[in-house]
Design a protein around this ligand. Structure first.
Ligand code: SF4
Length: 304
């Protein structure tokens, strides 16, 4: 079996997992590698299957993103499609919920979503599941009622530079991944949007938006003052704008370099991104982090 090389790259989400728990980071970025292939060794397939699980909060966020992506790509000129977006998304969620409850993801985790609550047989009251779907409904309704949606509907197709497109840039040879939810060019400015459906203070996302700004400098403009980044929370109908001066962007570059160095440190062979047997990656001492960790089933903290 030929497995793609697991080349090292940096992303803000990878940084967040690394900071949460080294063992979780090892499972997600090394143990699970190649586990999508049916011929992969059983431990890799198990780690991959667990990696693909989503908590109901993550699932709601994913569907809010999916609904907005659908609207932007298909419904900007079609009021009927826009009006049907809510029903369409609820139906998708119903189907995924039923499939997950039946364990369908175990046979095909790459394509069929699985819910953490089903994998670990957590008792979640029906009202809680309904509240999860209601968050997505609120996100779709608020987005459709927003000034932002009205404005985006008036923009020409060529103004849309990227919608949920995986992208990367090189920082001193290091590949940095970034996926802004939407990038639009308007009035000579590059506007980067990130949809957030949680309750965190938008300011907590500043560094992530700064990474998107670095991507924009690589791809769409050479001038930091032309970049505007926006966190838009469609559940709360809240919009927060950020701009980045050159000095702050240099600080973010430095942050990425330092973070990548930290990530490479526990590897057995950093030059080949070889983690060894994972022994150097310790379990977090913060038990609260384990409560929603998909790797509970295989984590030595809980199995030995
Ligand atoms: S269960 Fe806890 S200790 Fe184990 S990998 Fe997950 S977060 Fe880390």
């Amino acid at each position: 079996m030929t497995v793609l090389a697991n080349a090292f790259s940096w992303s803000h989400s990878r940084h967040a997992v690394f900071q949460t728990c080294l063992k979780r980071y090892f499972f997600a970025y090394y143990a699970a590698w190649g586990g999508w292939a049916s011929a992969a060794p059983a431990p890799a397939r198990e780690a991959y299957r667990l990696k693909r699980l989503a908590t109901r909060q993550q699932w709601a966020g994913h569907h809010a993103h999916g609904a907005i992506e659908y609207l932007l790509k298909n419904a900007r000129r079609d009021p009927a499609l826009a009006a049907g977006a809510e029903t369409r998304q609820i139906e998708l969620m119903r189907q995924e919920f039923r499939d997950s409850r039946a364990g369908a993801y175990r046979g095909d985790p790459a394509r069929i979503p699985g819910l953490f609550e089903h994998e670990y047989q957590l008792e979640v009251p029906p009202a809680e599941w309904k509240a999860t779907v209601d968050r997505v409904v609120a996100a779709v309704r608020n987005f459709l009622a927003s000034d932002l949606w009205r404005d985006l509907q008036t923009q020409p197709d060529e103004a849309f530079l990227a919608t949920e497109r995986r992208a990367s840039f090189l920082l001193d040879g290091l590949k940095v991944l970034a996926v802004p939810d939407l990038v639009v060019r308007r009035n000579g400015r590059v506007q980067l949007y990130d949809w957030k459906t949680g309750t965190a203070d938008p300011e907590e996302h500043r560094t992530q938006l700064g990474v998107y700004a670095l991507l924009a400098l690589d791809r769409w403009t050479a001038a930091p003052e032309e970049i505007e980044a926006v966190v838009f929370n469609p559940v709360r109908g809240q919009r927060t704008e950020f701009s980045f001066a050159g000095g702050e962007l240099e600080t973010i570059r430095e942050f990425i370099r330092d973070s990548a160095d930290e990530m490479l440190f526990p590897l057995a062979h950093p030059e080949t991104n070889d983690p060894g047997d994972g022994r150097e990656f310790e379990c977090t001492a913060v038990e609260a982090s384990c409560k929603t960790c998909p790797f509970l089933r295989i984590c030595p903290r809980w199995t030995t």
